[in-house]
Design a protein around this ligand. Structure first.
Ligand code: ADP
Length: 767
């Protein structure tokens, strides 16, 4: 059936039967076509232009198959155009055109769909399309739900195909193709292929998008976090940022080795990413500050002028010739060889003999910085090596801290009291010290906090100790031992007048000459206000006197105060020590020994009494094991020789012997008291007097031989201080007499012996 009908060419739109569309017509011919259609049966043939751009289409420019539609509404637009709502009815084909006149028109025939033979196949096709459509919908291509519902209820294959095509196919040619496909099953098949393709593309899209999104997400997250940190930093003020910048600059300008620098930069980057409030951030900051504060290359130039060094050493310290000589030698070698490596010196001697202060002078003489660390009582290895950064409150060890303080890589580094180190479950500090002091290892000292090796090989290490005994063997091997011994009264007098008094005057805000102390008064101070090997209490005593003088200055005006024997007690208070003259008297059952302890020499009184008993040997006072054995040995020796003194065998059954060592403040171990015990016992048993002016020191063997001793100088000084004038020494120690200060050696008579008979010969009063 053909029908003359108005033809409306559409731009970019293919209308399907059953579809409602809005069409806006502006072109004159279209407007009049609509007007004419409205004037008759309201039917129009809607066809699509092949090329939407063509404004005056001719027969070749339009598809021949289109949809016959009924205009349902018409609205005139202000621009003389018309908007209509049209409802597609069925497919139509243009059989002939007429382009004359005001509008397009022509004869149009209706096109029937192909007849369906296999309903089951049609049903299957429908279901497939609907399933795919549902997936398509799920994939986010949102279709109005009513389209899906409508399609599900349609049950007419052609209608389903058209509705779905109208809703989802955008491409003009594709739509036209579907419109021209008259077999509904074929149409459904094409739609299925289209939907399937779309869904596959969607799947691929999703995967690609997912991948890209992941990458994006990470970048975005990082960016976001950075922004947040920035915001926090800004919130906290610019301080943090500028601090970090400052750190960065300091890392750049510090002269760290390159691997240390790399590490520092890495840690800085890590720190910058952390919020400053995080504890780890402050540890990292402390760490980085430690790295930049540490000296890596900076060093002081050694002053190698020997005269200058000698002047400084002599200016500050009296005597100490061995130490001074060693330093001058060191400088001479340095001047020749240019090697930076310093010796490790160990100053051993009693307290207050100037070990610490000479080390300070050495630093000044050589022109190096001076740092000091006391090892006394140190038991935790972490004190030396520091704690790992992971530790709460982690810090570098003391060595690194002191190096930071020194600010140069070659200071004079003093370890005080290296003999007082202890070790416990927290590790052994001496093994760490070994690494510090060993020239083979200390170019890469490991601090737990620092993590990177640190070079200590340019440091000049000096250690001090009161006695060699407390120093672990391996440590002792690496050090050059220089012994400093007690001072005699005369030496103390010189030190006091030339060094301590001027120093104390200065410290108490006085001028030289404001206060003078006569030599006699000073000696009295030395002997009766102090009893020590060094001069520490003496210095304190002088300080106390000067403080009294300062009060005088304030109340009476600044007039020179001269301190002599006459006014000494006024300033120094009461005398503290008295010479024990009783000790110097001849007595029965009492002998004077000489001991050597870490704080210097000491005299040692040994008392023995004999009374009726059952042959026991009683020991009291603070005796060490060695001393107890000495006592037993001496006792056995007496028994084996009892016939010499006509001692009856019953004596050892009927009498008890009691040995007592008074004044047991310092442990009396290994004091070479054998001959003293022996002499006191013989005297007690025989009732022969022991000479009070004589002291003795030596161990004995069971056969009565006398063994050599150590520390004769310290012991002699102690004896001299106590007023002793004769000392019995083993023959083997005769060579040591030359080390004894002249003023002492001249006043003391040394009596060399090699057996106990000779001892008795010299000690018992022959009467
Ligand atoms: P140590 O380290 O041996 O215990 P110090 O170095 O602390 O002794 O010395 C104590 C004080 O005695 C210091 O003020 C020091 O200057 C002074 N002193 C010690 N010996 C001498 C000396 N030979 N000449 C000058 N002053 C000395």
């Amino acid at each position: 059936m053909q029908k003359n009908m108005m033809i409306l060419p559409l731009r970019g739109v293919v209308v399907f039967p059953n579809m409602t569309i809005n069409v806006e017509a502006v072109r004159k011919k279209s407007v009049s076509a609509i007007e004419e259609a409205m004037a008759t049966d309201s039917l129009v043939m809607l066809v699509s232009q092949k090329d939407p751009e063509v404004s005056e289409p001719e027969a070749d420019d339009i598809f021949l198959v289109g949809t016959i539609a009924r205009i349902k509404q018409m609205v005139r637009l202000p621009n003389e155009g018309i908007r209509v709502v049209a409802q597609g009815i069925e497919r139509g084909r243009i059989e002939s055109f007429s382009f004359e006149g005001e509008s397009y028109s022509g004869f149009v025939s209706t096109v029937e769909e192909a007849e369906l033979f296999d309903l089951i196949e049609a049903e299957a096709h429908m279901r497939l399309v609907i399933d795919e459509l549902e997936d398509y919908n799920k994939n986010g291509k949102k279709l109005p739900q009513d389209v899906i519902n409508a399609v599900k209820e349609m049950r007419v294959p052609g209608l389903v195909a058209d509705t779905v095509a109208a809703a989802i196919v955008d491409d003009l040619l594709k739509r036209q193709e579907l419109l021209e496909t008259l077999d509904p099953i074929e149409r459904l098949e094409k739609l299925f292929a289209f939907l399937d393709n779309e869904n596959k593309i969607f799947g691929i899209e999703q995967r690609v998008r997912g991948r890209v999104k992941n990458q994006m997400d990470k970048a975005q997250r990082d960016y976001y976090l950075h922004e947040q940190i920035k915001a926090i930093h800004e919130e906290l003020g610019d301080g943090e940022k500028s601090l970090n910048e400052e750190l960065e600059n300091r890392i750049k300008t510090s002269r760290m080795p390159s691997e240390v620098k790399k590490k520092a930069e890495k840690e800085l980057a890590r720190m910058e990413k952390m919020p400053p409030a995080m504890p780890e951030s402050s540890i990292l900051r402390a760490y980085l500050e430690c790295l930049v504060d540490l000296p890596w290359k900076k060093q002081t130039e050694d002053n190698l002028e020997l005269d200058n060094a000698r002047t400084i050493l002599d200016r500050d310290h009296f005597g100490m010739d061995k130490v001074k000589e060693r330093i001058i030698e060191y400088l001479a070698v340095r001047a020749l060889s240019n090697s930076m490596r310093g010796p490790v010196l160990c100053f051993v001697g009693p307290p207050g003999v100037g070990k610490t202060s000479i080390a300070k002078s050495i630093a000044e003489a050589v022109g190096r910085k001076f740092v000091r660390m006391s090892l006394g009582g140190l038991r935790d290895e972490a004190e030396i090596r520091g704690h790992r950064k992971t530790y709460v409150g982690a810090m570098p060890g003391r060595i690194i801290s002191e190096m930071k303080k020194a600010g140069t890589v070659n200071p004079v580094f003093l370890f005080d009291e290296i003999d007082k180190m202890a070790s416990d479950y927290k590790g052994d500090p001496s093994s760490a010290m070994l690494e510090v002091l060993d020239p083979e290892q200390n170019n890469a000292f490991r601090d737990n906090f620092l993590e990177v090796p640190y070079d200590l090989s340019n440091v000049m290490f000096i250690t001090t100790a009161n006695s060699l005994e407390g120093i672990p063997g391996p440590l002792r091997d690496r050090m050059e031992i220089i012994e400093l011994s007690s001072y005699t009264d005369v030496e103390k007098l010189r030190i006091a007048q030339d060094h301590l008094l001027p120093k104390q005057l200065k410290e108490n805000g006085m001028k030289q000459g404001d206060v003078t102390i006569s030599d006699e008064a000073m000696l009295f101070l030395i002997n009766n206000y102090t009893r020590e090997a060094g001069v520490r209490s003496l210095e304190r005593q002088i300080g106390a006197i000067l403080r009294k003088c300062a009060c005088r200055f304030i109340s009476n005006g600044r007039k020179t105060i001269k301190i002599t024997m006459k006014n000494l007690t006024e300033f120094a208070g009461k005398q503290k020590y008295f010479r024990d003259d009783v000790m110097l008297e001849n007595k029965v059952g009492s002998a004077t020994g000489l001991a050597w302890t870490s704080i210097g020499g000491e005299t040692l009184e040994i008392d023995v009494t004999v009374y009726a008993g059952s042959g026991e040997l009683l020991l009291t006072g603070q005796l060490g094991d060695v001393m107890k054995e000495s006592a037993r040995t001496a006792f056995s020796l007496i028994r084996s020789r009892s016939d010499r003194w006509d001692i009856k065998p019953e004596f050892f059954k009927e009498k008890d012997i009691h040995i007592h060592i008074p004044e047991g403040a310092t442990p009396k171990d290994g004091p070479s008291a054998g001959i003293t015990l022996f002499s006191a016992m013989v005297s007690a048993i025989t009732h022969l007097q022991v000479r009070g002016d004589t002291a003795m020191t030596s161990e004995i063997t069971l056969r009565g031989r006398v063994l050599p001793i150590g520390g004769l100088k310290e012991k002699s000084l102690a004896a001299f201080r106590a007023g002793i004038t004769r000392i019995i020494i083993p023959k083997d120690n005769l060579k040591d007499i030359e080390d004894i200060p002249k003023e002492v050696a001249q006043k003391i008579e040394y009596l060399p012996v090699d057996n106990v008979d000779a001892v008795l010969e010299n000690i018992l009063v022959k009467d």
